[in-house]
Design a binder for this molecule. Structure first.
Ligand code: FEO
Length: 176
């Protein structure tokens, strides 16, 4: 069964939103590099890479189901972030928006009786739980740290260890 037209449209919008997420986090990563917080820069750089894999998973799925790809312009992102907390709070807020968008696609897929899409989307529903938790945990830590330079240094060190893993691929590494 070919993908439902309404689901196809929603997935095309989601591809845009995921690439925008990558762009947003890349912009934040650059700002952290300017602030000399290399661990936070690393964490967001890895996050930007992860967002691209989300976009690609939607992209591949749409084409595999006989959908048409419509890829509009990606919106620009701000470059005037002042503090680490401001950035991670914005990241958390953004992830909540992404979760709402994904839930909306699930609703559309179920209404269209497009169960193949609904099934694929459960991966994203689960992923969003992690995405929200990660951003909110860092924002909470930054709130606890407050003005402590030492605390900020420790957190920055912790975030420097994150490495990119493409979790959209099965263990064998083949495209899903
Ligand atoms: Fe692709 Fe951060 O959600």
């Amino acid at each position: 069964m070919k993908i439902s037209k309404k689901v196809e449209e929603a997935i095309n919008k989601q591809i845009n939103a995921e690439i925008y997420s990558a762009y947003l986090y890349l912009g934040m990563s650059a700002r952290f590099t300017e602030l000399n917080l290399k661990g936070m820069a690393n964490w967001l750089y890895v996050q930007a890479q992860e967002e691209m894999t989300h976009a690609m998973k939607f992209y591949r799925f749409n084409l595999e189901r006989g959908g048409h790809a419509k890829l509009p312009a990606i919106e620009g992102v701000r470059d005037d972030w002042k503090t680490p907390l401001e950035m991670f709070e914005a990241a958390y807020e953004h992830e909540q928006k992404v979760s709402a968008m994904i839930n909306n696609i699930v609703d559309i897929a179920l209404a269209e009786r497009d169960h193949a899409s609904a099934s694929m989307l459960t991966w994203f529903v689960d992923e969003q739980v992690e995405e929200e938790a990660n951003a909110s945990e860092i924002a909470d830590k930054l709130k606890l740290i407050g003005e402590s330079k030492e605390g900020l240094f420790m957190l920055d060190k912790e975030l420097s260890t994150r490495v990119f893993v493409d979790s959209t691929l099965p263990a064998g590494g083949a495209q899903a």
